[in-house]
Design a protein around this ligand. Structure first.
Ligand code: NDP
Length: 470
């Protein structure tokens, strides 16, 4: 029996994806750098073992798959992907397809497309979201490549993807790097979502002195309303769970230093390159960086003293404001993320269907939520300049932004950092301000550098009457 598909990289994601593929009835050939892992994997595959062909070399892998061979790479992003492609090139034939399913930088994906052009081997850059559980039972899958190559793998990819009310959460989003770009922005938005949730948790913990056990039901309740989402749901769960070793809430024994692997930073970098403000995402990335500066933070707290905390006032009103503040922040962060994708789509001529992006994020991925359905509806109705200007969002933002304002003000007063929420608020205030303050910046630029400025109601470039002052 020859396999229909192959997979290299039996780590967390790869092994779960392979089991998912086998479960959907496909025979899959697998290979891993640490070769002993392949037999171990088959031995642990239980009832699915019959559909798994363990291969001990790249040659064996190629021989085990029926041509034209689709081969999924699920290895650490970066050089390992290039190394595996180089090895595959020696054993593959024209019409075979290499599918990079890791979290690649889309710039690398574009380069790999160019490098494989003319070899006859097809390349697909595929973003997969949903963590271990998603990979095993149905992730959200964002595909970039030629449309023809997508049709060749569409059946298996849609079969293994998550389903939202029966609709597969997998789609072809455009040529070359489109899939990996969308996955990167997905992760950037995920950073902002998680950071804003953590900021609200901080207000509850340090401003209101609530324990993890007291905070958990607040999130659980919010999960039943407009904030309904996987991340809010797991936040409530995580806050409930105790550490078996100490009996304390587990969050209270975890060091406050956040890890990151790069996709958040890439989102911020690409947004900057495209000239799109993605300040909530940038703030979330920066907050993880500050979190890693634990020793410096400890020293600084000794010098400046801790936050005063101690927020007073009507609790019911405050909780209502916190819920709406998080919602308003979320709207701004998603508006930014979608604006970045829209700009990239134009820059690289990808033609990314943004309604489809929001639809395939409704299930399987980490940022899945009810809210994405509303975004999908907004994009389905026609072009959206910015989510903040889509009718449904105008209504929601009008209701929510006063709460965001109050929470940012309260937090600032209490000395509690809410960088992503503040960035979201500043973005909103800047976006809705018809006359901003850059007239002064233009005057300064002209004063010191003769850069010129536009005059209200007049054509052409003008200079100021700086005379002897400049
Ligand atoms: P793991 O660390 O669990 O597994 C990494 C895999 O890559 C292993 O099979 C490893 O082989 C292989 N590998 C590492 N270096 C090399 C190399 N130089 N040459 C060949 N193979 C190599 O990682 P994950 O499964 O978590 O992640 C895989 C990819 O999926 C990454 O791009 C990640 O960003 C992405 N991803 C991860 C998610 C998650 O939630 N974990 C979610 C979505 C995407 P060996 O056994 O020999 O070490």
């Amino acid at each position: 029996v020859q396999a229909e598909i192959g997979l290299i990289g039996l780590g967390t994601m790869g092994s779960n994806l392979a089991l998912n593929i086998a479960e959907k009835g496909h025979t899959i050939a697998v290979f891993n750098r640490t070769v002993s892992r392949v037999d171990e994997f088959k031995a642990q595959a239980g009832a699915l073992a019959d559909r798994i062909i363990p291969c001990h070399s790249i040659e064996e892998l190629a021989a085990a798959i029926r041509p034209p061979r689709p081969i999924i790479l699920m290895v650490v992003a970066g050089k390992p992907v290039d190394d595996q492609i180089a090895m595959l090139r020696k054993v593959l034939s024209p019409n075979d397809i290499i599918i990079d399913a890791g979290n690649a930088d889309f710039n690398d994906t574009r380069r790999r497309f160019a490098e494989l052009e003319g070899t006859g081997i097809t390349f697909i850059g595929m973003g997969v979201s949903g963590g271990e559980e998603g990979a095993r039972h149905g992730p959200s899958i964002m595909v970039g490549g030629t449309e023809e190559s997508w049709h060749r793998v569409e059946d298996v990819i849609t079969a293994i993807s998550a389903k939202y009310k029966g609709e597969p959460c997998a789609a072809w989003l455009g040529p070359d790097g489109a899939g990996h770009f969308v996955k990167t922005i997905h992760n950037g938005i995920e950073y902002a979502d998680m950071q804003m949730i953590a900021e609200i948790y901080g207000v509850l913990r340090d401003g209101l002195g609530m324990s993890a056990k007291e905070i958990a039901p607040v999130f659980a309740k919010w999960n039943e309303g407009r904030l309904n989402s996987y991340l809010i749901e797991i936040t409530a769960k995580v806050l409930e769970i105790d550490d078996p070793k100490t009996g304390k809430p587990i969050v209270d024994v975890i060091v406050d230093r956040a890890g990151q692997k790069g996709t958040g930073k890439w989102s911020a970098i690409e947004a900057q390159k495209l000239g799109v403000p993605a300040t909530a995402i940038e703030a979330a990335v920066a907050a993880r960086v500050i979190s890693s500066m634990k020793t410096e933070r400890e020293a600084a707290q000794k010098v400046y003293g801790p936050a005063t905390g101690n927020i007073k006032g009507d609790k019911a009103k405050l909780f209502h404001d916190l819920e709406l503040a998080l919602f308003a922040g979320k709207i701004a962060a998603y508006a930014q993320g979608f604006a970045v994708m829209d700009a990239a789509s134009k820059e690289f001529s990808w033609n990314i269907p943004l309604a489809t992006v929001s639809k395939i994020w409704r299930a399987g991925c980490i940022i899945r939520s009810q809210f994405l359905g509303t975004i999908a509806e907004a994009f389905s109705k026609g072009p959206v300049t910015n989510l903040l200007m889509a009718p449904a969002f105008i209504e929601m933002m009008k209701e929510a932004h006063p709460s965001l304002r109050r929470i940012v003000a309260i937090a600032a007063e209490a000395g509690l950092p809410v960088p992503a929420l503040s960035a979201a608020l500043a973005y909103f205030d800047g976006y809705r301000q018809a006359r901003g303050t850059s007239n002064l910046i233009q005057a300064q630029r002209d004063f010191f550098g003769a850069h010129g400025f536009e005059r209200i109601g007049e054509e052409g470039a003008h200079h100021g009457p700086w005379g002897d002052y400049s």
